[in-house]
Design a protein around this ligand. Sequence first.
Ligand SMILES: *Cc1c(COP(=O)(O)O)cnc(C)c1O
Length: 375
Amino acid sequence: MSIDYQSLAVKGVQALSPYQPGKPIDELARELGLKPENIIKLASNENPLGPSPKALAAVKGALDELCRYPDGNGFDLKQALSARYGVMPAQITLGNGSNDVLEVITRCFADASSEVVFSQYAFAVYPLVTQAIGAKGVSVPARDYGHDLDAMVEAITDRTALVFVANPNNPTGTVHGAEAIESFLARIPSRVVVVLDEAYCEYLQGEGYVDGLLLLKRYPNLIVTRTFSKAWGLASLRAGYSVSSPEIANVLNRVRQPFNVDSLALVAATAVLSDEDYLRRSCEVNAAGMKQLESAFNEMGLQYIPSAGNFIAVDVGDQAADINQSLLEQGVIVRPIGGYGLPRHLRVSVGLPEENARFIEALAHALNASSGRGE
Ligand SMILES: *Cc1c(COP(=O)(O)O)cnc(C)c1O
């Protein structure tokens, strides 16, 4: 008798569709017979500068110890984070990317009887981890593509265990200022755990922007998550962390895998935190590239969602799938976000000036070809 193993998976998992990552360069090269060196990838919000030289040197220096387990407590990295951000090491939980931390948080605080609140168009991992544990996801309709914080407060019920807020949000790039976030937190019952996902916080400039870490003292139910994947340029190594009360960190520590951050990630993340020059250049290149993309979209008469991150979602019209295909054929990988309920938009990560220019040129070509076909 043959068994349908899919039907044996727990209910939440049966209905799950896997996270769709940006297409890797080598995969597109294989599919279309292109040379990898002729392809640019602006699809996963990676840092276009390449890794920091300090991080590279640290990784090379750690290679001889690959036979050993990493420091499961991440002592040096927690010390470095603690010194930089003025938090205690006991408040920090390290993860295999902040994705890992988001999942651990969900498993610690929610179960099949819980509701988890997040925004429409918010980061895909929130509904994914919620569904995987069989909890009920409550997606709150967005306002102007961003989190409707008032409606999210309204969505809290007795069953709500967890609320996710991405600030800035991916894939829309929308952001709330300090006042809005504070007033939101003040209205959330303290038995509900709030995750403030600050994956792009390093790119934020100017006053009014929130630093979630400053809110931890007043809101003990708050967990701030951050990552080394974006502005710090270490996406491949998988290092992220949360900062919370020590009590919450203790809970997370029970569930996380004991060696969830490998030794290369630990040394690279520790080293890059002292590379102030790298972070400054990351932000400068991003700000300039964002201007370059915005003015091109303006010239082309395309609407976009103003973004506080290192990516921007642009409305390319009804034929977004064709436009995307044309971009791929021209060796340019961006991210379609129909899966997020934004079928007219493509999300493009800010690249180096020449990469942005190549994307703009390819997009103009794709739009021309598509309008030609429509006639
Ligand atoms: C990229 C991203 C993350 C985390 O990525 P990791 O590489 O797992 O650290 C988390 N949240 C948002 C909103 C992101 O865009």
